[in-house]
Design a protein around this ligand. Structure first.
Ligand code: ZN
Length: 437
């Protein structure tokens, strides 16, 4: 809602101006037209950058900041900022440079184990780029809010680029990437709460062991920064500000859980234990007769896809070096599946190798090893058949791992006037809402 003003100048303004310019005689009239033209030009140039409001939460405590891995093991990148920015040595927290407003992107690269910004080699392994208001920077043509951290890797030949961003602006870059922003407000709000809960859970459980909390891809949740934002997305963020889901632990205290979600469950959401190996009461799976009403027919029932057998073997052995004992994968046999009314989801497969050795692999891991984006091989609700030198995946149904909230189901429920609480408590049974700030 706060950012909605930034999009107010619309095509309507231009039409209105055209009307005035045809029927306004005299000097005063031309002045009015001139003033209007001035504002249209100003607004038009503002629209080139989606939102220019100051990034919220820049002063919030560190535990509510998210570290998003943007670039992994790179030798260079391009940086731009619409404002001046400070270069800070992370270890000493001292400002080592202040760069004025740029008129073109500058190069960041690595040389002799040092980050080099615009030709200046920086001391220390970790460097922070902190833009002034509105705290936005652009890296490799993509806008993000917050700060940029550059960390030299152990090999000294590459670096990682990590976005430090407060939780709520991070979520704006997730919600708009994970769900169409024209969907119902209750669905967008449910998405915001699920994404907030998931992010904090992952950060709290894995962040301390590494220099980042989440990746910007489907490996965690898709984050596109400012380009994913819109007034409707920010509305969902503000209406659920600080709300997370919790569930009871064995000691009766409330705790966050990984509030997974996926596009289209296909008719029943899956028990997290079968896909991710973790066990939480809200993630046991529920019937979902709803997503069929919203999902594209080709997502709900997807057509046969085929993958070259040699490529499949290579990808499996690359991801799981321990499976080299298999030689070539000669058979993929369903080992476990969840059976629901009308369909079943593979949860475990047995891989048989040319060496006569065999091994078990979670079906979801097999899917994402063969097709990391999951866009071609959409789910494990399918049959696997050998067809000559190809593996064919037939009778496909649903899109995604199927655990937690079904996004298309959430939209279907929102269309039926269900509230955000109805949606969340349906897909995460036994959970409760809690406010963290
Ligand atoms: Zn569903």
């Amino acid at each position: 809602m706060i950012l909605a003003d930034a999009t107010q100048p619309t095509v309507t303004s231009v039409k209105h101006l055209s009307y005035l310019s045809f029927c306004t005689p005299g000097f005063a009239g031309y002045c009015k037209v001139g003033i209007l033209l001035f504002w249209v030009i100003i607004f038009s140039s503002c629209r080139a950058r989606p939102f220019v409001r100051i990034t919220p939460q820049m002063d919030i405590e560190q535990r509510f900041w998210v570290r998003v891995l943007l670039l992994d093991d790179v030798q260079s990148c391009k940086l731009f900022a619409p404002s001046a920015f400070r270069v800070i040595n992370s270890e000493t927290q001292t400002t080592v440079g202040h760069v004025g407003r740029l008129n073109k992107p500058l190069n960041i690269n690595i040389s002799n184990r040092r980050i080099v910004v615009a030709g200046m080699a920086l001391m220390g392994r970790e460097t922070i780029i902190l833009p002034d208001d509105p705290h936005i920077f652009e890296i490799n043509d993509q806008d993000y809010r917050g700060k940029l951290m550059l960390i030299v890797n152990d090999d000294g030949n590459s670096f990682d680029a990590i976005n430090f961003v407060p939780l709520e602006p991070y979520l704006a870059g997730v919600v708009g990437a994970e769900m169409p922003d024209y969907w119902e407000p209750a669905a967008l709000q449910a998405q915001a709460v699920a994404a907030r809960t998931y992010c904090l859970y992952i950060k709290n459980h894995f962040g301390s062991k590494r220099t980042w909390d989440v990746k910007k891809t489907e490996a965690n949740q898709v984050y596109l920064g400012v380009s994913a934002e819109s007034a409707r997305v920010w509305d969902a963020i503000y209406r659920t500000w600080g709300q997370v889901l919790v569930c009871k632990q064995s000691n009766d205290s409330d705790a966050l859980f990984p509030a997974y979600y996926s596009s289209t469950c296909g008719g029943h959401t899956e028990n997290s234990k079968h896909v991710f190996g973790d066990s939480f009461e809200p993630l046991v799976g529920v019937p979902c007769p709803y997503c069929k009403e919203v999902a594209k027919p080709s997502f709900f029932f997807w057509p046969m896809v085929r993958f070259d057998k040699n490529t499949v073997t290579n990808k499996i052995l690359q991801s799981y070096p321990k499976l080299k004992k298999l030689g070539k994968v000669t058979d993929i046999i369903p080992a476990k599946q969840s059976n629901y009314e009308g369909f079943s989801r593979l949860t475990l497969v047995k891989l048989v190798g040319s060496t006569a050795e065999s091994a078990f692999l979670r079906a979801e891991d097999l899917r994402l090893t063969i097709n990391p984006t999951g866009r071609a091989l959409k789910s494990t609700i399918c049959k696997i058949v050998s067809m000559g030198d190809k593996w064919a995946f037939l009778s496909g149904r649903g899109y995604g791992h199927g655990v937690g909230m079904c996004q298309c189901g959430a939209q279907a429920l929102a269309r039926k006037s269900r509230t955000v609480r109805d949606i969340l408590f349906y897909y995460y049974p036994g959970s409760e809402l809690s406010i963290i700030y």
